[in-house]
Design a binder for this molecule. Structure first.
Ligand SMILES: Cc1ncc(COP(=O)(O)O)c(C=O)c1O
Length: 459
């Protein structure tokens, strides 16, 4: 079947008739018609009308090695011909998840040596939640089952993912979350630091909210703390340097497990394989997905620390959990090739030593100076631009989020795909971006800001 036989209008009509999209107001979408992306190459995506867009979001934080990589298509094809599928249940395995697990143990932090596979970040977080609760049952402390998370955290869209996450709009539609999960403040200095409070002190105060929640529940009731090293979908919120060491100290003090969600930050985005290494965090579980295959196949890997893995193996009996596609041979073959390319092309070193610092400087020098911008921040190749009405007071435009949507729409119209979340523009480009691509992005974003400002002035 080929889509070329269909006009854009026809595809939009069929889409509207039959396709329910994620995180979408369907009435609005059906009135406007979906933009249909038909092909992509390197850092660019193209829609059905041939419009070229520089992809500032790497798809959805995932296409790290860029589009159109024959090597990944060939790895999938070869594996599909040899063994398209077999499961990892019933004491069976297939070669590619075995080899991928070895590779992941090599690149993960030292205390992490085991892997549990799924097909999405949400599934992996569901596994993580089950695993930490099961761990404490095996350790004879079944009452230690509460999890502390943070407001505005995003941990996926299944019921467990939504419950772990701290997005109010998602919780409202849950109408009954998984019990015993509480949400504390996020480490977001731009909006939450008190007047005159240093970044350092703010980071300690945000970490203290974790300790307060542990003390309120009683340490003997708290299983784990979960956090994204850098909050992604919540607006690329980069914690102050004081935050993670203090959270780690608190978790150790009260014997609370530390669960990291690296679905966005994993596989090079912050300039190390994992943000756990960037921030020097020792985690008991690390949730990963997305860039593990650069999005070419759906695959998640929950990396499990030695503490939990030893208990599971030694005291466990059967762990009654798993997915048909856990350790899918094709997805794992693609992941192996993807990691090989990331290594061979030195993409992580490049982010750490070249493109990451260049990206930070470009945002500071060319974007932060704009009248509409209250703050820019970045780490590796992950960045945020705060849209404000008044730089000095941080006052926002009303209604909330409307100005950022304007910037986004102008950016897209000017060949730049980026995302607005609340009043924050977010960027998470492929790791293959070069200095030239960063220059191109800044020019297009600058233009979008100018056009949005002109609209907002005449409003
Ligand atoms: C930090 C984080 N965790 C979990 C998820 C959920 O992953 P998925 O959409 O693959 O289920 C996401 C998705 O964006 C994420 O950003």
């Amino acid at each position: 079947m080929t889509y070329q036989n269909y006009s854009l209008k026809q595809l939009q009509q069929i889409d509207a008739a039959h396709h329910l999209h994620p995180f979408t107001d369907h009435k609005e979408l059906r009135e406007a018609g979906a933009r249909v992306i038909t092909h992509a190459n390197g850092p660019f995506i193209y829609d059905s009308e041939g419009t070229e867009l520089l992809d500032g979001m790497a798809g959805l934080w995932c296409v790290s090695i860029g589009y159109g990589r024959d090597e990944l298509a060939e790895a999938a094809y070869a594996q599909m011909k040899e063994l398209p599928y077999y499961n990892s249940f019933f004491k069976c395995s297939t070669p590619t998840p075995v080899l991928l697990s070895k590779k992941l143990a090599e690149i993960a932090p030292r205390n992490v040596n085991q892997v549990f596979y799924g097909s999405s970040g949400s599934e992996a977080n569901d596994t993580a939640l089950r695993l930490v609760r099961h761990y404490w049952v095996l350790e004879g402390k079944p009452e230690k089952n509460r999890v502390i998370s943070r407001k505005m955290a995003y941990h996926g869209s299944t019921i467990a993912g939504t419950s772990l996450g701290g997005m109010d709009a998602m919780h409202k539609q849950l109408n009954g979350a998984v019990p015993n999960i509480v949400h504390v403040m996020m480490p977001y200095a731009y909006e939450l630091a008190l007047p005159g409070e240093s970044d350092h002190d703010f980071g300690l105060r945000a970490a203290k909210s974790v300790e307060d929640a542990i003390l309120e529940a009683g340490a003997d009731k708290v299983a784990a703390f979960i956090g994204e090293p850098v909050m992604g979908a919540g607006g690329v919120k980069i914690p102050p340097a004081s935050y993670w060491p203090e959270v780690q100290r608190i978790c150790r003090k009260y014997d609370v497990l530390l669960m990291l969600d690296e679905v966005i930050t994993g596989y090079g985005r912050t300039g190390e394989w994992f943000a756990a290494q960037t921030f020097d965090i020792e985690a008991d579980t690390i949730t990963t997905a997305k860039a593990l295959t650069s999005g070419y196949q759906p695959l998640s890997a929950l990396l499990v620390g030695d503490r939990i893995a030893s208990t599971l193996v030694e005291k466990g009996g059967e762990f009654n959990h798993g997915y048909t596609y856990s350790g899918h041979p094709v997805a794992c073959a693609v992941a192996l090739k993807n990691l090989e390319i990331i290594e061979q092309e030195g993409l992580i070193d490049r982010v750490r030593n070249d493109t990451g610092p260049y990206f930070a400087k470009a945002l500071q020098e060319r974007i932060a100076v704009h009248d509409l911008v209250g703050e820019v921040r970045s780490i590796g190749l992950m960045g945020a631009i705060e849209i404000v009405k008044d730089k000095a007071t941080k006052e926002r435009f009303l209604p909330a989020g409307s100005a950022a949507v304007k910037v986004r729409d102008h950016a897209i119209a000017n060949g730049m795909m980026l995302r607005a979340t609340g009043d924050t523009m977010i960027l998470s480009p492929p790791l293959i971006w070069t200095r030239d691509t960063i220059d191109m992005a800044c020019e297009r974003i600058g233009k979008a800001l100018d056009l949005a400002q002109a609209d907002l002035r005449t409003r």
